[in-house]
Design a binder for this molecule. Structure first.
Ligand SMILES: [Zn+2]
Length: 202
């Protein structure tokens, strides 16, 4: 993205939270709904997570979590192969993802057979938990740029959060080749601030 933001420098402070969206085995290369280069977000998110943990700031991790007969699966007429079935290996976080034990899991996403949810806020307690902690700024990364990251960031903006989009910690499905880029533009247009690791000062 733009180099015009190179001068941007951010300090993490109270009121900030990291939101790791759907970094699960099924969305990584080898998984049933693999996001191209999905594994590349893992080491970068580990860095962000370590920075948040070092400052005592909260970390949230959302999980897609479906029943075996979920409406988003092709057998049920949905667009996707079966993925992230509750309790399965594919729904687990990859071993390389290093989230501190204090990470708050938001697992109740898409748990009903007839409902799907791309946003981490949809029918979950994420919003209530953020409010309870006095969170004002969300740093959002994970998978995939053009689905769950997009919808989570959109809802976060609607709810009035300042949103930083972690450009180096997202990857797109790109069903259409431009979907990821378009999603980034949409989020930025809605006020999300695109940043990279280098923009976080000490
Ligand atoms: Zn899903």
């Amino acid at each position: 993205m733009s180099d015009s933001r190179q001068s941007l420098s951010l300090s993490l402070s109270a009121g900030d939270a990291l939101v790791v969206v759907d970094v699960q085995n099924d969305f990584l290369p080898g998984g049933s709904l693999a996001v191209p280069h999905g594994d590349e977000v893992v080491p970068v998110l580990n860095r962000y997570a370590a920075a948040f943990q070092a400052r005592g700031l909260p970390i949230f991790a959302t999980r897609d979590w479906h029943p075996p007969n979920h409406c988003s699966f092709r057998e049920q007429g949905g667009p996707w192969p079966p993925h992230c079935v509750a309790g399965s290996k594919g729904a687990e976080f990859p071993p390389a993802l290093q989230l501190p034990s204090s990470t708050v899991l938001i697992t109740l996403k898409g748990t009903e057979p007839e409902q799907d949810a791309y946003s981490g806020f949809e029918r979950t307690d994420l919003g209530a938990r953020l409010r309870a902690l006095g969170v004002l700024r969300l740093f959002i990364g994970g998978l995939a740029t053009d689905y769950c990251v997009l919808c989570t960031a959109k809802d976060a903006r609607k709810l009035g959060y300042t949103v930083f989009l972690l450009l180096d910690a997202i990857q797109a499905v790109n069903v259409q080749p431009d979907d990821g880029r378009r999603a980034e533009e949409e989020m930025i247009q809605l006020g999300a601030v695109p940043i990279r690791w280098k923009h976080l000062a000490g």
